[in-house]
Design a protein around this ligand. Structure first.
Ligand code: ADP
Length: 301
């Protein structure tokens, strides 16, 4: 089974002619509410592929929380680990201008209250999980607690987004650490010389302790690197990209699931690249995540 530990947000989107200045009011288009947050996105992506997936997260006792729980259950996610209350559901307030540029305010709300005690209390979910996948939209001390609660066979996958420097204890547990270029730079630290090529970035990151590293490269695919020295480029699948939102979440979820099914990192990353490619062919985040049949169809088209 796959356990995702992370955030769940309601994304509130309105399109404006131009952004309001201080003290100004502008009118926006009808509000659209999407389920989001990297934790919920990963859980939904994995469940849609057919993975047995549970989410450990926190939402508010409010309408947004119920909307998120409904969307997760519709996708087949086990929500027994989704805690309710303590603060309003996390929200992303998103204004989109006519050129498609976003301005986003995130109110973490209940995501910020997913505490180390909450993690410890979820012991049975950790026992059942072959792979545990996390991101950084919850408190860092809770991510540390995730690492401490892994079962002996449990494998830890981390996409450190939004990125921040990480304690050695967390880095050492990652197998793999999954980053794009921006995340790689922040994790390596402002003073670090990351190098020019993704191979160099991987080397720098491996020196920080993770057992393996996956660098996602958008339309260029990905690079996998393990401590022992293996470096493998994973080609991307050529597709017509419509909206890359959620591609990283879909990629990470697919990779974590395939690792749990016993595939090698190279095999799992190859599958994940197809899932990421499928996700960019449709708009939105959760709406864009493919079923396994759609992934198969993509490969053979
Ligand atoms: P993030 O959103 O975290 O920056 P990426 O944009 O690198 O992540 O996307 C994750 C993965 O999804 C990539 O490694 C690649 O396999 C796939 N992907 C993303 N964009 C494209 C694209 N335009 N064409 C094909 N595959 C893509």
């Amino acid at each position: 089974d796959l356990l995702v530990v992370g955030s769940a947000n309601a994304d509130l989107v309105t399109v404006v002619e131009r952004r309001p200045a201080a003290g100004e009011t502008v009118l926006g288009s009808d509000l659209v509410v999407h389920p989001g947050g990297k934790g919920a996105n990963q859980a939904v992506a994995a469940a849609r592929l057919g993975a047995r997936t549970a989410l450990l997260a926190r939402v508010g006792n409010d309408g947004h929380g119920r909307l998120l729980l409904d969307s997760m259950r519709d996708a087949g996610v086990d929500t027994v680990g989704v805690l309710v209350g303590g603060a309003p559901t996390g929200v992303a307030l998103i204004t989109v201008d006519p050129s498609g540029d976003n301005s986003i305010v995130v109110s973490p709300g209940a995501n910020g209250r997913l505490s180390p005690e909450d993690i410890r209390a979820a012991g049975s979910l950790f026992q059942a999980a072959r792979v545990v996948s996390a991101q950084l939209e919850i408190p860092l001390e809770s991510v540390v607690e995730v690492v401490r609660n892994l079962s002996p066979e449990g494998r830890f996958v981390l996409n450190p987004s939004p990125p921040r420097p990480l304690p050695r204890e967390v880095l050492a547990a990652c197998d793999p650490l999954i980053v794009n270029e921006h995340e790689a730079r922040v994790i390596a630290g402002a003073d670090a010389e990351l190098g020019d090529s993704p191979e160099d970035w991987a080397k720098t990151l491996l020196a920080l302790g993770p057992r393996s590293v996956v660098i996602t490269l958008g339309a260029e695919g990905a690079l996998i690197a393990v401590r022992a020295g293996e470096r493998v480029r994973v080609p991307s699948v050529p597709v017509e990209a419509v909206d890359t939102t959620g591609a990283g979440d879909a990629f990470t979820a697919a990779l974590a699931w395939r690792l749990g099914a016993g595939e090698s990192l190279a095999q799992a990353a190859g599958y994940a690249a197809r899932v990421g490619a499928a996700a960019v062919t449709r708009p939105g985040a959760q709406d864009s995540f493919p079923t396994s049949q759609e992934v198969e169809a993509l490969c053979c088209a």
